[in-house]
Design a protein around this ligand. Structure first.
Ligand code: ACO
Length: 434
């Protein structure tokens, strides 16, 4: 970040002295006003619920231009990474290290991740403590947090080697834990990882094979899963990533921080949207019901939202949604499901919404989750696990952002303040006067 020659001046209508504040420039995107001296100089805070105008950190990992509908990982457009960028582990390497790997770096990285995919055998007993019908996200919050109780040798956040090992462990073990959560829910034995398979193929093997029958991986389906992972790998300072950073700012260990991110991702306004979008399509049922549904969405009292539509940052088409729609088409073709009624319904709903004044005037476009539920369902992933797949993909983004934060000399514990609107100081009345 560089200092801008322009300064910002904050003046007050009551004649209090004005405050000059520095402005910093990033490499692209909006400049920021440095307000750190504001409270000391004026005794005032800024008020920004939902952080609509707040840059909480400087970062060089992911850039979004919401007006253009552009998403860059370390400068590379998501469209290029998804089509020509290699597999998910190349994206992981890029997010963690800043550059795409050469052949030797890739080989070494794949070998390192592959050799960390097993979880401590005792993790199985944690699983047994959960009800079989527990939501997989609750299982993941618990088991990912519990990793900290097994891997004491990588918990020193001030040691770069420990940070590196924790990052690899999290990326490597998440597929194993997500697949274990699934197997537990259906009462099947846990399946161990296979080192001869790619990251995504191994995940499908752990999900779908049983001791009685191996799972035959299908290249189109593995590529589709890989694309889901690439598209969800990072997304700047979103709610769950900010949660990870905030948890990490206190010095908490990485496993605990990622568990906090998973908890935040669970919400329907964030990662839970893919599950909600699919349920919504199922509820609408047929193209004939779309007008009635759209009327409900427009009625503010109904509480109904078009799930998979709208985004805090994108005020244009989410670039990931286009790629996901393409993948959806490919997967359904491969499985002979091209006439899938939900896909047809989703496309009809998208078309109608994109032409409707309500959505146009609010710049509401499909986000990545509008189509990802249909793809996941076609891959055989149960609806309740959709957000778990998102967490698996986002782990690399969370851990890359966490590592960046830990090594940032400007990093401080995250501690927002408030505008207090409750009772001022008063005396506790005697018990018989209450
Ligand atoms: N359906 C109907 N109306 C919507 C929708 C929607 N999906 N999203 C926003 N709006 C409306 C709001 O009601 C509001 O209308 P108003 O100006 O008349 O009051 C206007 O559009 C602006 O919306 P906000 O809620 O202020 O936008 P915000 O940035 O706070 O919310 C959010 C973004 C949470 C993603 C919202 O669009 C939403 O709930 N979408 C559905 C859930 C979803 O798909 N989430 C996934 C996000 S992507 C991800 O996490 C991977």
């Amino acid at each position: 970040m560089t200092n801008s020659e322009t300064k910002a001046t904050l003046s007050f209508s009551d004649g209090s002295p004005a405050l000059e504040m520095p402005i910093y420039k990033g490499s692209i995107g909006p400049d920021v006003i440095d307000i750190r001296k504001l409270y000391g100089a004026t005794g005032m805070f800024t008020y920004d619920p939902g952080f609509m105008s707040t840059a909480a950190c400087n970062s060089s990992i992911t850039y979004i231009d919401g007006d253009k509908g552009e998403l860059l990982y370390r400068g590379y457009p998501i469209e290029q990474l998804a089509v020509n960028g290699g597999d998910f582990l190349e994206t992981c390497y890029l997010l963690l290290n800043g550059e795409l790997p050469n052949a030797d770096q890739k080989k070494e990285f794949v070998a390192t991740v592959t050799n960390h995919t097993m979880v401590h055998e005792q993790m199985q007993f944690f699983f047994r403590g959960f009800r079989r019908d527990a939501h997989p996200m609750s299982v993941l919050v618990g088991t990912v947090g519990a990793l900290a109780s097994f891997y004491h040798d990588s918990l020193d956040i001030n040691d770069p080697h420990h940070r590196e090992v924790s990052a690899i462990r999290l990326i490597a073990k998440m597929p194993t834990l997500v697949a274990m959560a699934y197997k537990y829910s259906i009462g099947q034995p846990f399946v161990y990882p296979r080192n001869d398979l790619s990251y995504s193929a191994n995940f499908m093997h752990m999900m779908f094979s049983t001791p009685c029958e191996p799972y035959k991986t299908n290249e189109v389906l593995v590529r589709a899963l890989d694309r889901i992972l690439i598209l969800h790998a990072d997304h700047e300072q979103n709610a769950s990533t900010s949660t990870v950073r905030l948890a990490g700012s206190s010095g908490a260990n990485p496993f605990a921080c990622i568990a906090a991110g998973i908890a935040c991702l669970w919400g329907p306004a964030h990662g839970g949207a893919n599950e909600a979008a699919l349920s919504m399509l199922e509820e609408i049922g047929s193209v004939d019901n779309i007008p009635h549904f759209i009327a409900q969405v427009k009625d503010k009292n109904s509480g109904v939202k078009l799930m998979g539509f709208g985004h805090r940052v994108y005020k244009n088409y989410d670039p990931r949604a286009k790629l996901m729609r393409e993948t959806c088409y490919e997967v359904l073709q491969e499985l002979g499901l091209q006439d899938d009624p939900l896909f047809k319904l989703a496309m009809a709903l998208e078309k109608i919404a994109l032409e409707d004044e309500y959505f146009v005037s609010r710049k509401l476009y499909p986000n990545v989750d509008f189509y990802s539920g249909i793809v996941q369902r076609a891959l055989g992933i149960p609806t309740a696990l959709f957000t778990g797949i998102f967490a698996l993909a986002r782990t690399v983004g969370w851990i890359a952002q966490w590592k960046e934060m830990i090594s940032d000399p400007e990093q401080k514990i995250g501690r927002p303040r408030q505008l207090f609107v409750g009772a001022a100081k008063r005396d506790v009345p005697p018990i018989d006067k209450r």
